[in-house]
Design a protein. Structure first.
Length: 168
């Protein structure tokens, strides 16, 4: 019980010090926000690393910038799979159980995926893409059931969305 009281006192003191630092700081609220955001992610640790880049698959891509490594800009998790979208437009699906890449969601050589959305209602992944063949001028949306992605065949089950609409 003594240990609990000391720990509670230390926690209260820490909170009190944080508030005092925030109120008396020259930086005002900016310094507090910086410290608060770093503390928010302080306990996060890397559990698994996935690689969207594959030198053997590079020949597949028609566009040169798809062949280069780039940072990940979006991560979506659903039904035991993780989807990672790189800044270059390459989108890969990974299995959480085996930690292996299932497939690439770029169904065509000149497709550049711009965004991902998970539709919980019908368990599909919606990809928003542009294509080099139409000079990257219009957005195309495709809905792919997760089952086809799990099998490694996203091109077989994908269905175009908003075909009649002009998305730019």
């Amino acid at each position: 019980k003594k240990w609990l009281c000391e720990r509670e006192r230390a926690l209260c003191a820490n909170s009190l010090h944080k508030i005092l630092r925030r109120e008396l700081s020259n930086a005002g609220n900016r310094g507090f926000v910086k410290r608060a955001s770093s503390e928010k992610f302080k306990r996060m640790r890397v559990q698994q690393m996935f690689n969207t880049y594959d030198a053997r698959e590079n020949r597949r891509w028609k566009l040169s910038f798809l062949r280069k490594r780039s940072r990940v800009v979006e991560i979506v998790g659903a039904k035991g799979m993780i989807f990672a979208l790189a800044h270059s437009g390459v989108c890969a699906a990974f299995c959480r159980e085996t930690n292996k890449r299932l497939c690439y969601l770029n169904t065509q050589d000149d497709e550049v995926v711009r965004s991902l959305f998970y539709n919980k209602n019908n368990e599909t992944l919606i990809t928003v893409s542009v294509y080099a063949t139409d000079n990257y001028s219009s957005l195309k949306c495709r809905s792919t059931p997760l089952e086809f992605i799990r099998r490694g065949k996203p091109q077989e089950g994908g269905m175009a969305l908003f075909e009649e609409e002009s998305l730019q």
